[in-house]
Write a new protein. Structure first.
Length: 190
């Protein structure tokens, strides 16, 4: 990473902000790409690639719109992400609720995601009220859309993957919200 960073910092046509932004984008591509490659290989080896890809397709819009838990180090992020996908595709896969209960749980997830709203990393600037409201609506729409997909594909194994992906993402948002509130409380009391 340092070689790429040094190369970008040596480009005279970019100002400091542009260099920092380019460094950030490239590091995200490398880190996220390496995680995805490792996960792709692992789930392919255990014959769960279709479930992994479906959970990734479900998770990406949710995560992009609403955020979630953020980690400062690559290894902790890698381990958490791996455990997330492993839980969804291996551990929780056999547990399927009846359709009626699944729809109720996913509806609660949609409302919870709307209430909590976007959770950003501490290293990113605070969101404006307008962006928060737009994010709340978008996450509600995305969760409802995925609820409909789960309903339509309910008789397939893939619906269980979608169900648990949404439920775990909602739990992740709840935890991230508590962590953020606890951090804000700590800052106010010190």
């Amino acid at each position: 990473m340092h070689v790429i960073s040094d190369y970008i910092n040596a480009i005279p046509d970019l100002n400091r902000t542009e260099k920092a932004r380019l460094n950030y984008i490239i590091s995200c591509i490398i880190y996220e790409g390496s995680k995805l490659l490792l996960f792709f290989l692992f789930f392919c080896c255990i014959h769960k690639l279709d479930g992994f890809l479906y959970s990734l397709i479900i998770l990406l819009p949710l995560r992009f719109i609403s955020g979630g838990l953020h980690f400062k180090h690559y290894i902790s992020c890698l381990v958490f992400s791996f455990m997330y996908f492993y839980l969804v595709n291996v551990v929780l896969m056999p547990f399927k609720f009846p359709l009626f209960i699944s729809i109720i749980i996913l509806s609660v997830c949609a409302v919870t995601n709307f209430i909590i709203g976007p959770i950003t990393s501490d290293s990113r600037p605070q969101l404006t009220k307008e962006i928060i409201n737009k994010g709340k609506l978008n996450i509600f729409i995305a969760t409802c859309y995925e609820l409909i997909l789960t309903f339509l594909f309910f008789d397939t194994a893939i619906s269980t993957v979608g169900f648990w992906t949404i439920v775990l993402h909602t739990l992740q948002l709840i935890i991230a919200n508590f962590r953020k509130k606890r951090g804000e409380l700590h800052v106010q009391t010190t």
